[in-house]
Design a protein around this ligand. Structure first.
Ligand code: CU
Length: 128
């Protein structure tokens, strides 16, 4: 009789530990997902510097719907335009001027005033 009681107590103890470990894992996974959703806003603004007649970075990877802001850090004006079909373009950007655009598709672009300035934005698929 004592043997059976001891065995039942042992199994109960193991089960309770197992349940405790499961609860801890569950809580850890919950808090992690909450942190990720708070720490990574879905839409972001990315910066492209225009410096010494170059777009930096030359290739920028963004999420669909993110914003991109170009900042002209040269002393000469630049004008940003979509590369092949001229779907969009900025006004003339003077020194320290900036231009922001919401990005839905991958695109290549140039400077209308200095067409050798070329760069691209690549839209990556969201993992959800
Ligand atoms: Cu330019």
């Amino acid at each position: 009789m004592m043997g059976i009681l001891m065995r039942v107590a042992g199994v109960t103890w193991v089960l309770s530990r197992f349940t405790l470990v499961l609860c801890i894992f569950f809580l850890m996974s919950c808090s992690k997902s909450i942190l990720i959703s708070e720490g990574e806003p879905k839409l972001r603004t990315h910066l492209i510097k225009i410096e010494k007649f170059k777009f930096l970075p030359k290739t920028l990877v963004v999420g669909k719907g993110d914003y991109v802001r170009w900042e002209n850090q040269d002393i000469v004006p630049h004008q940003i335009a979509e590369g092949t079909q001229q779907k969009w373009r900025s006004r003339n950007l003077l020194a320290n001027d900036s231009f922001t655009l919401k990005i839905h598709d991958s695109t290549s672009y140039i400077c209308k005033l200095h067409p050798t300035m070329q760069a691209e934005i690549v839209v990556r698929f969201m993992e959800e």
